[in-house]
Design a protein around this ligand. Structure first.
Ligand SMILES: [Zn+2]
Length: 126
């Protein structure tokens, strides 16, 4: 048995000689170079993938929190209208129903877009 501490190949954590896997990330003390590279790449991917997802939800929450009341109401109404249109779409069998379902979805999303828009007044689509 090795009598010295060893450093994890992946996360650089120092582990006691008694362990044969990293106490921080569980990676084996003796590993092939390919495995080390794969593990590092997987960790890098996870590190890159995690922050944007969390920051997106934070941004959305902040966005809603700082919106004026009328914009929030407009956004909720838009979401409800587009959601109802989506449900209607599932049950719509005739072409006119498809048309109105599409208008509800599009109109609702447009309302959300207007409500969540920038400070400048949104211009209607051409
Ligand atoms: Zn480790």
């Amino acid at each position: 048995m090795q009598a010295y501490e060893w450093q994890c190949h992946v996360c650089r954590h120092s582990n006691s000689a008694a362990r044969d896997t990293c106490s921080a990330c569980g990676f084996a003390a003796a590993a092939r170079g390919k495995d080390i590279l794969l593990k590092r790449a997987a960790q890098a991917d996870a590190a890159e993938a995690a922050p944007p997802a969390s920051s997106d939800s934070v941004n959305l929450t902040e966005l809603v929190a700082y919106l004026p009341l009328w914009r929030r109401i407009l956004a909720y109404v838009g979401l409800m209208v587009s959601g109802a249109g989506g449900i209607w779409w599932k049950f719509a069998w005739t072409m006119p129903s498809y048309g109105s379902a599409f208008l509800m979805v599009a109109g609702g999303l447009l309302l959300v877009g207007l409500a969540a828009g920038r400070k400048t007044a949104p211009s209607p689509p051409p």
